[in-house]
Design a binder for this molecule. Structure first.
Ligand code: XMP
Length: 513
């Protein structure tokens, strides 16, 4: 992404817990941003020709021995810099200001008074709430800086030197608890840096296609298609770039949701006219899973078998050099910003073995999920795929507690379809991270008509999440729960009871296995 024509903001990561949030917010302002390690040298930084630099927060004190730092020449490159929290303190101390532990720590929501709107607060209220999280405070700005705001505990809550294009805020504009945070970032990007908001779905698509074309040349490419938004978008982009030299492989392991396989085949085979190899290997998987109840064993059977089938298909396609993978930016960030892309390329080929000797094409590896969805819409992917919720690789096998059988798959598919049909009707599907049904391996007594029943319950799970690392259960309206419960018990044979899972992650996980 380095040589592309759009503006670029580089975020130097000093160990901030939420550096990715800064990247997200900048992207939401339609400006491309990338996180880089604080070990980046001044030459490497200059070579990237960023339009602006943001110094992130971090857990250290600038006075600590071994605390991460930056080359002070950074401030003389003529590139606008915004320091946030630790980044602000680093700027202050390196340019001759004072940072001290005053004993007035600030954590959480804090009232900020703007004393001079300067560039960052142009057009914004003089009194506003901001999110603080700091021990040390800037007590004196460096020469040439104007203090633009203060709080009870921070005499310098923000400062700027427009002449040198240097800006700093002690608070966190990237978190939602700073209501005007995005406006402040916009003022920095558009007013202080004169950056144009040129990071749009159309520009991303054009640039990505061009990049794939240059990379792949005349070679053949293979793509494992799951029907999720990531692999689907990656496939469409590669198809636009290299056309028939792409072959998509869709393996139906029989653990998909109702109608999912048909939709993928229809969309890609008919609608997008791609080379699509579809293998229905459900019987093979079900045979392997027969009698297996241990969750880890199920996962390893599905994962292992998937690899074997994929290898068989791949080896029948001669001369394939590239493999497309829908890796997203959070996966890359999670592996660490320094060597991230290299680590991913070598060790995480979507669960496929390293011996498969393909070079990776990861067209989404600098994108967040919401950006992928915008792109997918622009590319004309059907709504059902664009908004499809994440789905685990082992599929329904980890949502059926106990043995996976045809009969139990049928029950779960029908119940799952009802859960999501009602959630869609309530207009809540897009705001929910994942919603699904789980089939436990217990039965309970019920009554139907005049007769006793002894059948399975269905558990409904619906969670909100930013990144699946943590999750909260959705406060579904009682009316929606009522309709789901009543439809499941009357329409799905073999179910007489419905429960709603109100566990958060942690301590629970999103999936049941
Ligand atoms: P848990 O259950 O650990 O899940 O809270 C976190 C997220 O990961 C998904 N998940 C998987 N995705 N292969 C996948 O591709 C898997 O084996 C797998 N297991 C869990 C899960 O649906 C949730 O979004």
């Amino acid at each position: 992404m380095t040589s592309l024509p759009h503006s670029t903001v580089l975020i130097i990561d000093f160990g901030a817990q939420y550096a990715h949030l800064i990247a997200r917010r900048v992207r939401e302002c339609h400006v491309y941003s990338e996180i880089v390690s604080s070990s980046i040298t001044i030459d490497e930084l200059e070579a990237r020709k960023p339009n602006a630099i943001i110094l992130s927060g971090g857990p250290s004190s600038v006075h600590e021995k071994g605390a991460p730092t930056c080359d002070p020449r950074l401030f003389d490159l003529g590139i606008p810099v915004l320091g946030i929290c630790y980044g602000a303190q680093l700027m202050a101390i390196q340019l001759g200001g004072t940072v001290e532990e005053t004993g007035k720590r600030e954590y959480g929501k804090t009232n900020l008074s703007v004393s001079n709107e300067g560039v960052l607060f142009e057009g914004l209220p003089v009194e506003q709430e901001v999110w603080m999280s700091h021990r040390d405070s800037i007590t004196k700005p460096p020469p040439g800086f104007t203090v633009t705001s203060f709080t009870e505990g921070s005499p310098v809550a923000s400062m700027e030197s427009p002449r040198r294009k240097l800006y700093a805020v002690q608070f966190h504009p990237e978190v939602v608890h700073t209501p005007h945070g995005t406006d402040i970032l916009k003022n920095f990007l558009y007013r202080a840096c004169d950056i144009l908001p040129d990071w749009t779905p159309t520009s991303i698509i054009e640039e990505t296609i061009e990049e794939i074309r240059n990379r792949v040349g005349k070679e053949k490419v293979i793509c494992g298609l799951s029907g999720g938004v990531d692999s689907s978008t990656a496939a469409v982009l590669v198809h636009k770039a290299v056309g028939d030299r792409l072959t998509c492989v869709f393996l139906d392991h029989g653990l998909l949701r109702g109608g999912e396989a048909e939709e993928v085949i229809d969309t890609f085979g008919r609608h997008f006219k791609m080379n699509l190899i579809h293998r229905d290997v459900s019987e093979r998987f079900l045979k392997k899973l027969k009698g297996v109840t241990d969750p880890e064993q199920k996962r390893s059977i599905v994962g292992g078998e998937f690899i074997r089938v994929f290898e068989e298909v791949a080896s029948s396609l001669k001369g394939v050099r590239f493999f497309v993978q829908g890796t997203l930016y959070p996966d890359v960030i999670e592996s660490g910003t320094g060597e991230a892309s290299r680590i991913k390329s070598h060790h995480n080929v979507g669960g496929l073995p390293e011996t498969m000797d393909f070079e990776l094409v990861e067209p989404l590896k600098f994108l967040f999920k919401d950006e992928v969805r915008l792109m997918a819409m622009e590319l004309g992917l059907p709504e059902e795929i664009v908004w499809r919720q994440p789905f685990p690789g082992p599929g329904l096998a980890v949502r059926i507690i106990g043995e996976v059988t045809e009969e139990r798959l049928k029950i779960l598919r029908e119940a799952d379809a009802i859960v999501n049909d009602e959630i869609k009707k309530a207009g809540m599907y897009k705001e929910i991270w994942q919603s699904f049904a789980v089939l436990p391996c217990i039965k309970s007594v019920g009554v139907m008509g005049d007769g006793r029943t002894y059948s399975y319950p269905i558990i409904i799970r619906a969670v909100t999440s930013e990144d699946a690392m943590t999750a909260d259960w959705v406060r579904l309206p009682f009316g929606v729960l009522e309709r789901i419960a009543s439809r499941i018990t009357s329409e799905v044979e073999g179910v007489n009871r419905v429960a709603y899972d109100i566990s958060t992650k942690p301590p629970a996980t999103i999936e049941w296995e």
